[in-house]
Design a protein around this ligand. Sequence first.
Ligand code: MRU
Length: 350
Amino acid sequence: MDALAVRVETLRWRGDRLELIDQRALPQRLEYVACSDAAETAAAISAMVVRGAPAIGCAAAFGVALEALRQRDARGPSRDAAFERAFATLQASRPTAVNLFWALARMKSVLSTVRDRDGPEVAAALTAEAQRILAEDLEVNRAMGRHGAELVADGARIMTHCNAGALATAGHGTALGVVRSARDAGKRVSVVANETRPFLQGARLTAWEMLQERIPVTLVTDGMAGHLMSRGKVDIVIVGADRVAANGDVANKIGTYPLAVLAARHGIPFYVAAPLSTVDRAIPDGSGIPIEERDPSEVTGFRGERWAPEGVSVVNPAFDVTPASLVTALITERGVVRAPSRDALRALFD
Ligand code: MRU
């Protein structure tokens, strides 16, 4: 098969199992991992088989549906206890992306309406809700793409960080969804993909995804961003988000904050594309967003090869927080919010 013709289907539901593209193996191998219950789904999220805020939320929803299928013949306290375990395991899989908790809250709310029904009915209701979450995410991404594309000029050179594309969502993507929509609107766009140390989502995933789409992409290491900006080689920056606080502060992949500072220094617009499911109105500002600390081995080496000396001390925060004051605009499915603020975000939900 022509590698460029491969369709990116990040999550696919097979009726009795959830199949996920194994994002640890890309770009060398395009292969799927199957999850048959909530524990396997949570393990896939923790291990980054599936990653990216909206995709994590969708996967967690299917994790609950899988548990419901397992509990089809159970009733009463044993079934309640199984669901409680499933929710707790999924909730503990990753801490920063709020979409995980948002999707689980939706699943919990459906469960509460069917709790007294027979197992097959409970399973059908929860599976249908997970499928709705998946389908809605795709729609929301397309809407964000349409709004965001209006901010993109013909010929724009767009820098992005991490992977906020089809691989990070149900499809189309958030930041890369804007790129796709701009291209579909006839604009000649190109992407500068930051490598994104230490997990290399930019080098492995964004570069791969853009090549699939035949959108011109240039890979750079994270430290090159300022140089390229100072030489006038970047027109706009568009990134995704894992959690947006009520005041518009944005948690996203580690390295996003310095990019926003650099963009401000060079007068380059810094856009964040994020659905409303990524906005956490319960957290007043970015200082309250939990930042995941991942295993030091991600920093000392990669895929089993170690390059740092034994005994060196390491920190590995997976995300940082960009203050709202550095965000030119937030691109959502309900439109573009310029200079995001507490009031502007509140108005989005009204
Ligand atoms: O650790 P990851 O790969 O899950 O981090 C992903 C990001 O930071 C993305 O930018 C964010 O989730 C938005 S994805 C549409």
